[in-house]
Design a protein around this ligand. Structure first.
Ligand code: FE
Ligand code: FE
Ligand code: MG
Length: 160
């Protein structure tokens, strides 16, 4: 990153990089959980659920992309090792071993809630100190809030 670009980051960059890389790990796992969930889904509202999971998968991958770019700009490296990625995740990976649509939706709601909390912590950390990361994380968090809402609406429909 350029000299001034670095100067305006008013937080410990290594600590920020660690937080961003942990979120990056979450995004890859969320991507895979949604992507494979869409493939195996069976049961109630299967078409709707698979479509929504697939759409969210694409958005999580986009989040991973955004985080990777910010990590590189800050002088870091996105996690290269998948075992390390599995260790660094905040939100983990919920294996969709029960492919019923209801169970999948519940698992993914849990993941979104963890993501919202994770991004809120990063926002608080960089607030007034790194406007670029703040803006990027806010953008991602807006998607996560929408994801949670979409999935909860599906669950409501299932219960109606
Ligand atoms: Fe995401
Ligand atoms: Fe999400
Ligand atoms: Mg959606």
């Amino acid at each position: 990153m350029g000299t001034k670009g670095k100067e305006i980051v008013g937080v410990d960059v290594n600590q920020l990089l660690e937080m961003l890389n942990k979120a990056y790990a979450d995004e890859w796992l969320a991507y895979y959980q949604y992507w494979v969930g869409a493939k195996v889904a069976v049961g109630q509202m299967r078409g709707v659920v698979a479509g929504e999971l697939e759409e969210h998968a694409g958005e999580e991958l986009e989040h991973a992309q955004m985080l990777a770019e910010r990590i590189l700009t800050l002088g870091g490296t996105p996690l290269l090792n998948l075992q390390v990625l599995l260790q660094q995740t905040n939100c983990g990976y919920e294996e969709p071993s029960d492919p019923s649509t209801r169970k999948l939706v519940e698992q993914n709601i849990k993941g979104e809630q963890c993501a919202i909390i994770t991004y809120k912590k990063i926002l608080d950390f960089v607030k007034d100190k790194d406007p670029i990361t703040y803006h990027l994380v806010l953008e991602i968090m807006e998607d996560e809030v929408e994801h949670e809402e979409d999935l909860e609406a599906i669950l409501d429909d299932m219960n109606a």
